[in-house]
Design a protein around this ligand. Structure first.
Ligand code: BGC
Length: 247
């Protein structure tokens, strides 16, 4: 079955058609910059443009960069605070006449990435960490999703949330060298390793494309690797979620 998968991020809204039985993208990825207001109105119009680009009708799976409960946004993440309380599913479905399934973006990326693991690797706690505007985390215990695990929200130093200090947006905002920023990301990994004692950590987002060069900065004990799907995982996982209810 072919479904449209959408991955909404703080800087880009990306979509592609996905064959949900093979988990492979069957179209080019299309990306539209996230409107700078990151507001419900502006972002809904961008979603409509993306659907129009693919000339798509039907069910859509969409990863959304906030806590999502039953299709409703319950925390702003790095979007406009006016998202809180919005029924995202109803809003996008109403605007586009496509039936939307909405899940947290890191949960979607993890859901696709975990399908690439063998049974042994799925055992215990596996964390999917997505690195971008924020730090997303998808948690899977023995292959089962624990939705809305928000490790990027841990307070750190003077920051109300560690993602403000350690996400890749901090590198851009503060003009940090890769080494300086990698040390921060490594510190984030140390903190989550201490708190959750995971068996395996998978990394997605921009750095997963350059993981071979990046991993020298990482010193945690836990096994850590780039997701095989790199930063396509969010699109693929969202499309699959629209077929299999995953939370
Ligand atoms: C949000 C998470 C999201 C992450 C990555 C954070 O600000 O709280 O829900 O997964 O950003 O987009």
């Amino acid at each position: 079955m072919v479904r449209l998968g959408i991955d909404i991020g703080g800087s880009g809204i990306k979509g592609a058609l996905v064959d949900t039985s093979t988990g492979e993208m069957v179209s080019e990825r299309h990306r539209i910059p996230t409107p700078s207001s990151r507001s419900p109105l502006a972002m809904t119009e961008t979603i409509a443009l993306l659907i129009e680009h693919f000339n798509y009708q039907g069910a859509v799976g969409c990863g959304f960069p906030t806590i999502v409960k039953n299709g409703i946004c319950t925390s702003p993440g790095n979007l406009s605070p006016s998202w809180v309380g919005v029924d995202i599913k109803a809003l996008f479905t109403h605007r586009t006449s496509c039936d939307f399934t909405i899940i947290n973006d890191a949960d979607a990326a993890g859901f696709a990435s975990i399908q690439e693991l063998n049974e042994e690797q799925k055992k215990g706690l596996v964390l999917m960490i997505t690195v971008g505007t924020g730090l997303g985390s998808g948690a899977f215990f023995n292959g089962q999703l624990i939705p809305n695990f928000e490790l990027g929200q841990i307070p750190y130093k003077e920051y109300t949330k560690i993602e403000t200090w350690a996400a890749s947006s901090a590198k851009d905002r503060e003009g940090l060298s890769t080494r300086k920023w990698a040390k921060r990301f490594n510190r984030f990994l140390e903190v989550i390793e201490l708190i959750t004692a995971p068996n395996l950590i998978l990394v997605g987002g921009g750095i997963s494309k350059n993981w071979e060069n990046f991993k020298k900065y990482i010193t945690i004990e836990t096994q850590i690797e780039a997701s095989e799907l790199k930063n396509q995982a969010g699109i693929i996982g969202a499309a699959i979620a629209s077929v299999n209810s995953i939370n």
